[in-house]
Design a protein around this ligand. Structure first.
Ligand SMILES: Nc1nc2c(ncn2[C@@H]2O[C@H](COP(=O)(O)OP(=O)(O)OP(=O)(O)O)[C@@H](O)[C@H]2O)c(=O)[nH]1
Length: 875
């Protein structure tokens, strides 16, 4: 131990050990050194946990190795024992400030009122070192707050002496209120689960989301009333929004079928309508109704977080053609799955249920139970299930409803599903109800009134208020857990450092207004606001607060130019593309040897329209990255509607969103150019921009599968309006087959010429090859998780000819025992297999081909990374 640590320790109150003179056991050594693996191994091999005089536990805590200390405690290490300095573990933990360890010690029932040999109590030690959360923990565990140090000093006095007034104040208040026991009891977890179900309702405009929620909300009497009102609304309802002529067109034009605009003949929901609905036999359910209007989609990922207590309903209208129904449902299913982390087990997101609506206006008939029989609905559901084998949480059973009739079979079924989910959750007893949660729920109702105007607090203010008004002893950990529970229940919405205490306000008054068509039509075309401008446009509450919240939700970026602060909202940017943005006549890029390169990011062929709701987030991240890189970099970023241009000294990069008018397919194009001899620079900037774009896509849509197609540099150089894009699976297959990757050349179908891999991705500079690793040589773990999930859909189901995951495992050299051992971890066998397979991507593809699973091989080839930039190795 160094001299420095010695004096530090002495001043902090716990003792100093001349440890090098002691003889340690292996466990003591490993614990002191902080080697978790060694400690685990030694514990497993039966090492004596408590050999002294300085036991492993004491040593680990002194060196602040929390995980080791916790492991030793879990394994039964003795904690009521002094070390060579006369300290108990609790003394050391209170001195150095290991809250988790103190927490665990208290939970194990350790004595919190034992003094050190110098007469200091744990409370004094924590007070002296300013660990207020540990003070809370000790008080919760029942320690005497009036206990006096040997010179007759109380802990609050110690705190004052060392300048920790907050601790003194806490102890004073505790003494004054006399509610300490009640506070402590509130923090004790009960066996009752913290459970409130959520129902998320998604679908295009006018499919019946609002009507369904209203019916769900209707009591017996109002339900009688709703039936008659619905008849009226049907009468007044003009012909269905999509008429027959349009249906004919839909077969060729996917865009038309994915019409996200609402027709004017009903009141379309704006934003996200969040409400509590009390359902008989189920109890309170938070219902989230997501508007079908496209302008709101960019915020939905914030609300589609993992929640095993949720059911998500996707509605579709039976008045549409089957084709349109399928496309709409697939859109929403892909939209949802894109927002799920593919590596989380699917139950984390709850079940997805399809609901066919408007059955009353079709020619469907009812059976004796009152259940609708509708072949069209069946066709749609079958097609959707077939197209998405990897949607593991999609329920096979679906509902058919007239959304305006609450007392019908479909609603009974829906309530049955919610009730079954509740039973299921109760059995698994997820989450723990505490008195604190209960008290907080009551308290929140009052707080919402108090902050009605702008119901947003920082976590810090929330904690302060909660402690002042609910529970003085709630530690940061308690509050963190409480906020997670409240967030999951839909009672609050936490984003970064902010807590929104009224979720309905957030969904309707804030998002519903600010991103409505009406507001967007009046917004500034550049999307750039000063806080005063913003206040003028939205005067319901303080602009700075709102801007802070929107910034936390990544909807705008705060930019400071020479002391002036502006907020950029790519979501409002309606600026047209500037002409001359990518001027073919620019002399810098006309010389021979000028560098050109580009890529097209696409979602898989069977998906469409997933990028529009994300692209503004790409623009947010591009702005942030530009600000972070600093002005020193001579970097300028121009942004317009669906496009950005980055100018970095001599290089130009264009990032644009395109939609193929004939198919509705979308892609993000990234193009770069630089003068001659800038290949290295181009290559690295290009990869960096792709990384930024990729990160933004991942942030919003962690489950989105993105393919990287390569644009022909030959054609980019001559500004050919129709540039050929090489498909990733073609490139990857060619590279796999070639003896040497650098020799690969590929045929350009537009120009009928060959282009080499060096030209395609290395800016015609072979030297760059030293800085990269080719995709096929990467390991299976580098396959993006969404692609792995897709493989699960293909390889999990047992195959009569054994062409499934079992045989794949054998081919990859994984023994039977290994596979069997894996069975207990993940829900999908393929996912387990891919998580441990240590072979290259190329080997995986080869094995899949050997198994005659071209479909699975294709998924890998399309989505595997093309290359990976490795640490700069100078050639
Ligand atoms: N006949 C019939 N009409 C329905 C049914 N469901 C909804 N409607 C009618 O269709 C219109 C639109 O329904 P909403 O429930 O408002 O649609 P929505 O899905 O909430 O639409 P947005 O709020 O725009 O996202 C209303 O006039 C409803 O009365 C149904 O099952 N049968």
């Amino acid at each position: 131990m160094s001299h420095h640590t010695t004096s530090e320790c002495l001043s902090r109150g716990c003792s100093y050990s001349p440890s090098h003179s002691l003889e340690y056991t292996a466990l003591q050594y490993a614990s002191r050194k902080g080697s978790l693996d060694e400690v685990r191994y030694l514990i497993d091999s039966g090492a004596d946990l408590d050999s002294g005089p300085d036991p492993a536990l004491h040593l680990a805590i002194r060196r602040r190795h929390t995980p080791i200390a916790l492991m030793l405690l879990q394994s039964g290490a003795e904690y009521e024992m002094r070390d060579s300095h006369g300290d108990y573990p609790i003394h050391i933990a209170c001195t150095v400030g290991l809250l988790d360890v103190v927490h665990t010690l208290c939970a194990l029932g350790c004595n919190v009122e034992v003094p050190t040999t110098k007469g200091l109590y744990p409370l004094h030690l924590a007070a002296k070192n300013g660990h207020i959360n540990i003070i809370r923990c000790l008080c919760t565990a029942g320690c005497n707050i009036d206990v006096k140090y040997s010179d007759n000093v109380r802990a609050d006095v110690t705190a004052i002496k060392y300048g920790y007034n907050d601790i003194c104040e806490l102890l004073d208040k505790l003494r004054a209120t006399g509610n300490r026991d009640q506070f402590a009891r509130q923090l004790v977890p009960t066996s009752k689960p913290a459970l409130k179900l959520s129902l998320r309702v998604l679908g295009n405009c006018g499919v019946g989301k609002t009507s369904m929620v209203k019916s769900l909300n209707a009591g017996l009497f109002s339900s009688l009333f709703r039936r008659s009102s619905s008849l009226q609304s049907n009468k007044s309802r003009p012909s269905s929004p999509i008429n027959n002529t349009q249906i004919e067109m839909d077969v060729t034009s996917r865009q038309n079928s994915l019409n996200f605009e609402s027709t004017a003949n009903y009141n379309s929901t704006n934003g996200i309508h969040v409400q509590n609905v009390d359902i008989s036999n189920v109890g309170e359910v938070t219902v989230w109704e997501f508007s079908g209007q496209e302008n709101f989609f960019p915020v939905y990922h914030h609300f589609l977080y993992p929640n095993p207590h949720a059911i998500t309903a996707i509605l579709f209208n039976l008045e549409d053609t089957v084709n349109v129904q399928i496309q709409q449902v697939l859109f929403w299913l892909n939209f949802l799955m894109a927002r799920q982390h593919s590596d989380l087990p699917s139950y984390e997101y709850g079940k997805i249920v399809l609901v066919a609506t408007h059955v009353d206006t079709t020619r469907a008939v009812k059976n004796q139970q009152g259940e609708w029989i509708c072949p069209d609905a069946q066709k749609t559901v079958d097609a959707v299930i077939k197209a998405t084998p990897h949607a593991f949480n999609l329920s096979k059973s679906y509902l058919i409803a007239d959304c305006n009739v609450p007392a019908s079979y479909a609603f009974k079924q829906l309530k049955g599903m919610l009730s079954a989910l509740k039973q299921n959750c109760l059995q698994q007893s997820v989450g723990t109800w505490t008195g604190l949660l209960e008290a907080s729920l009551l308290w929140l109702a009052g707080l919402q009134k108090q902050y009605e105007q702008f119901p947003v607090l920082t976590r810090e203010v929330f904690s302060e208020l909660l402690r002042a008004q609910v529970n003085l002893l709630a530690s940061d950990c308690h509050i963190c857990e409480l906020l997670q529970q409240l967030h999951l229940m839909g009672e609050v919405f936490c984003v970064q450092q902010l807590v929104v205490i009224s979720v309905p306000w957030l969904g309707t008054q804030l998002i519903g207004e600010l991103f409505s068509m009406q507001f967007q039509n009046q917004s500034r075309v550049t999307g750039v606001y000063t806080s005063e401008d913003f206040q003028a446009g939205y005067n319901q509450c303080d602009a700075l607060g709102v801007l802070d919240l929107l910034r936390s939700m990544d909807l705008c970026v705060r930019c400071e130019f020479e002391g002036d602060v502006e907020y950029e909202f790519p979501i409002y940017n309606q600026t047209e593309t500037l002409s001359g943005l990518w001027d073919s006549g620019d002399p810098r890029y006309r010389t021979t040897g000028a560098c050109y390169g580009g890529a097209r990011l696409q979602t898989p062929p069977d998906t469409c329209h997933l990028f529009s709701s994300i692209f503004t987030h790409v623009q947010v991240d591009l702005r942030k990255a530009t600000l972070e890189s600093g002005a020193a970099n001579e970097t300028d970023l121009y942004q317009w509607y669906r496009g950005s241009k980055l100018c970095t000294s001599v290089l130009e990069t264009l990032i644009t969103l395109h939609e193929d008018a004939s198919t509705g397919d979308e892609f993000i194009e990234v193009k770069i150019r630089g003068p001659r001899e800038s290949s290295q620079y181009c290559f690295h900037l290009f990869e960096q921009v792709l990384e930024t774009v990729g990160q933004a896509l991942k942030r919003v849509c962690p489950g989105l599968l993105v393919e990287r197609h390569v644009l022909s540099p030959q054609q980019l150089r001559i500004h050919d309006p129709e540039t050929y894009a090489y498909e990733p699976q073609v490139l990857a297959a060619a590279m796999l087959e070639a003896e040497s990757t650098l020799d690969v050349t590929i045929h350009n179908a537009y120009t009928d010429k060959q282009e080499s891999i060096i030209q395609l991705v290395l800016f015609d500079d072979q030297a760059i090859a030293h800085n990269i690793q080719w995709g096929c040589a990467l390991k299976v773990r580098d396959v993006p998780t969404p692609a792995k999930l897709k493989l699960c859909g293909l390889l999990d189901p047992p195959e009569p000819h054994g062409r499934d995951w079992c045989v794949l495992a054998l081919r990859l050299g994984l023994s039977q025992e290994r596979i069997a051992a894996l069975d207990s971890q993940h829900s999908s066998c393929t996912m387990r297999l891919l998580s441990i397979a240590d072979c290259s991507i190329g080997a995986l593809v080869a094995s899949l081909h050997d198994l005659d699973r071209g479909d699975a091989a294709d998924v890998v080839l399309r989505s595997a990374p093309l290359l990976k930039v490795v640490e700069h190795v100078d050639s």
